[in-house]
Design a protein around this ligand. Sequence first.
Ligand SMILES: NC(=O)C1=CN([C@@H]2O[C@H](COP(=O)(O)OP(=O)(O)OC[C@H]3O[C@@H](n4cnc5c(N)ncnc54)[C@H](OP(=O)(O)O)[C@@H]3O)[C@@H](O)[C@H]2O)C=CC1
Ligand SMILES: O=C1CO[C@H](CO)[C@@H](O)[C@@H]1O
Length: 317
Amino acid sequence: MVVPNISLNNEEVCPALALGTWLSKPGEVEEAVKYAIDIGYRHIDCAWLYGNEKEIGNAIRAKLADETVHRNELFITTKLWNTFHEEEEVVEACKRSLKNFGLCYVDLYLVHWPCAQKNLGKVDFNLPFKDAVNIPYDFVKTWRGMERCVELKLAKSIGLSNFNSKQVQRILDNCKIKPVMNQIEVNPYFNNKQLIKFCKERQLAIQGYSPLGSPARPWIKPGDPVVDLKTPEVEGIGKKYGKTGPQVILRYVYQLGVIPIPKSSNFERLKQNIDIFDFELSEEDMAVMDSLNINVRACHAEELKDSPDYPFKENEF
Ligand SMILES: NC(=O)C1=CN([C@@H]2O[C@H](COP(=O)(O)OP(=O)(O)OC[C@H]3O[C@@H](n4cnc5c(N)ncnc54)[C@H](OP(=O)(O)O)[C@@H]3O)[C@@H](O)[C@H]2O)C=CC1
Ligand SMILES: O=C1CO[C@H](CO)[C@@H](O)[C@@H]1O
């Protein structure tokens, strides 16, 4: 399956669907990424926090070595974790991710959250930090470090993740190098249309995380809404096109103008999730999908709630 490219505001191009890797286990993720590249995935979404950059790097380098792909056909995204927001820390953090991957550059480096944190315990660069506290730190200064990553050619493009509209605007008003992307939650229960529109009007592309509603998120509680991949509306639409519920959902996200980032480590589901570029949902189908929106997030980041830069405030978008 060939994934179409979209153009970014700095004239780089980016494949319109990415493979998610959060909760992709060491021991599974390497094979999943190799298989994904074999069947046409060209965009891999990673993060220092996910603790699996090394395995993902092994898979990428294996696929470069066996000439399945050339480096310039791949688009690797990774993210700066909250504990490395200090301006002087950013380049070093980016270099640590590159070392994990065994690559000389990433295609896109994102600020994972607008919220800065400080680690209380001993710094162990091999582990995501579980004991960090929120601290005030101006993310415009963090952005200077991100710009330095482009100047040093460690990242081809830089962008944001989980920034709300005001925070995006603040970066745009104070940057030398514009962000090309905001990675935000987009799925049928939280379609995030207002922020998508806001970003697109300012030439930022959107990567949509948790497109299937993140059914395996660890903080899920009994009674929390879980996107129903087999709901009659979604399956009904799927039947018309010979597609499954998850394929209809991913296509919906794509037709919202968003790059979906479905995660899977399962070969059959990896195949299914990329097979969404040979059909088009009608306006009526899109309206049915829109009607599922209940404005409930899968990822609300409780642990960041007391940060001065917590992005998900009521009555803001
Ligand atoms: N910037 C940010 O703050 C965030 C970024 N992300 C990024 O977005 C990616 C995707 O989001 P994520 O929260 O993982 O959730 P998704 O919405 O992608 O759901 C992934 C889950 O759905 C299952 N699944 C995948 N495909 C199918 C299918 N076709 N049918 C049935 N079940 C399926 C997977 O299981 P299995 O593996 O067994 O197939 C997995 O449990 C992340 O992996 C990460 O890269 C996510 C959250 C926050
Ligand atoms: O990408 C992500 C996955 O889950 C994390 C929580 O552990 C989030 O903070 C983060 O944004």
